[in-house]
Design a protein around this ligand. Structure first.
Ligand code: ZN
Ligand code: ZN
Length: 350
């Protein structure tokens, strides 16, 4: 089968790999769509996310959907021929965290498109059948691949422990930031204030129904990124928001979110900074007695996420700004990494 393999920073090459044979509990998926994620871009550009480093050629991509073409002997026969959204992280089911139901924290989680495991920018992938979620016949493969980032937003909203009437601030208006904003609206947030450094993303947020948005032209606190915090403080009469979210890919998101949170407030960190050691605004966090909550992907969220999308409450389609063919896959990575042409989600479909 054909696959796009990452070989060095900014270099993907089309290669032939053996077509996987499904194990007893696996489904063989003919991949139809893969979304390019911010985490893929860290690998694409730097070959690493923090301490997780690609040391061998690797197929990237974990946001995918496709048709079940073959099944192992123990896999659910009802899946055959179905279009499925695939939950990409496959846990061991045996470690303490798996047994406690927190399988996103599994000590030996298999995750495609990272060190040691090929991802989905290829023709076929074999995956544990229990992590294949059939989607309605009317749902396109591109939409089904969006269940993955949407599930991150659903989990982020859960971790926020929002109460009706709470106010929220979001830094970073990429796909995760926008979906999180929509989820907070679904969960009863009284107000969602949001900021990004890119004017086109601020505009995209308005079109997506987030009315109170701010563009801080420089992200870092030193360079004036605090202007977004000043705006939030002004909008909340210097109280700060109940919950602040970092949905950026930089260390600054954490600092900004802490600065925007109220006393005793909560900060949820969903963005993936590429640094292993991010600076933390310790005196603000301590004086305000902030509760910092990191988010690790999703857990048990796929069915609920599919419901949110199907019911129209969580719009994912308008976030797919660019569609590339399989042959054009490197262009999808290049566009996303350059923040080119108003890109939110670049989807590779074949
Ligand atoms: Zn992703
Ligand atoms: Zn485990």
């Amino acid at each position: 089968m054909k696959a796009w393999q990452w070989q060095a920073p900014e270099k993907l090459r089309l290669v032939e790999l053996p077509r996987p044979v499904p194990k007893r509990n696996e489904a063989l998926i003919r991949v139809e769509a893969v979304g390019v994620c911010g985490s893929d871009i860290h690998y694409f550009l730097e070959g690493a996310i923090g301490e997780n480093r690609l040391t061998a050629p690797t197929v990237l991509g974990h946001e995918y959907a496709g048709i079940v073409e073959e099944l192992g002997a123990d896999a659910d026969p009802a899946l055959l021929g179905k279009r499925v959204a695939v939950e990409p992280g496959i846990p061991c089911r045996r470690c303490e965290w798996c047994r406690k139901g927190r399988y996103n924290l599994c000590t030996s989680l298999f995750f495609p498109g990272g060190p040691g495991s090929d991802g989905a920018v290829c023709e076929y992938i074999a995956v544990d059948h229990e992590f294949c979620f059939p989607v309605p016949g009317t749902m396109s493969a591109g939409t089904a691949a969006m269940v993955e980032p949407a599930a991150v937003a659903v989990h982020t909203a859960e971790l926020a422990q929002l109460r009706p009437g709470d106010t929220a601030a979001i830094f970073g208006l990429g796909v995760i930031g926008l979906l999180t904003a929509r989820m907070l609206q679904c969960c009863g947030a009284a107000r969602v204030l949001a900021a990004d450094i890119l004017p086109y993303r601020v505009e995209a947020a308005r079109l997506y129904g987030i009315q109170e948005v701010f563009c801080n032209r420089k992200g870092s606190i030193k360079e004036g990124g605090a202007s977004a915090v000043g705006w939030i403080q002004e909008m909340t009469e210097r109280r700060g928001v109940d919950v602040a979210f970092d949905c950026t890919n930089s260390a600054d998101g954490l600092a900004l979110a802490c600065a925007a949170a109220r006393r005793g407030g909560r900060v949820v960190l969903t963005g993936i900074s590429g640094n292993e050691m991010d600076p933390l605004p310790v005196s603000i966090a301590r004086r305000r007695e902030l509760c910092l909550q990191w988010c690790r992907r999703f857990v048990h969220n796929y069915p609920a996420t599919l419901d949110y999308i199907q019911s129209g409450k969580l719009d994912v389609d308008s976030l797919i700004t660019h569609v590339f063919s399989f042959d054009e896959a490197p262009d999808a990575f290049a566009l996303t990494s350059a923040y080119g042409d108003g890109v939110l989600k670049a989807s590779i479909e074949w």
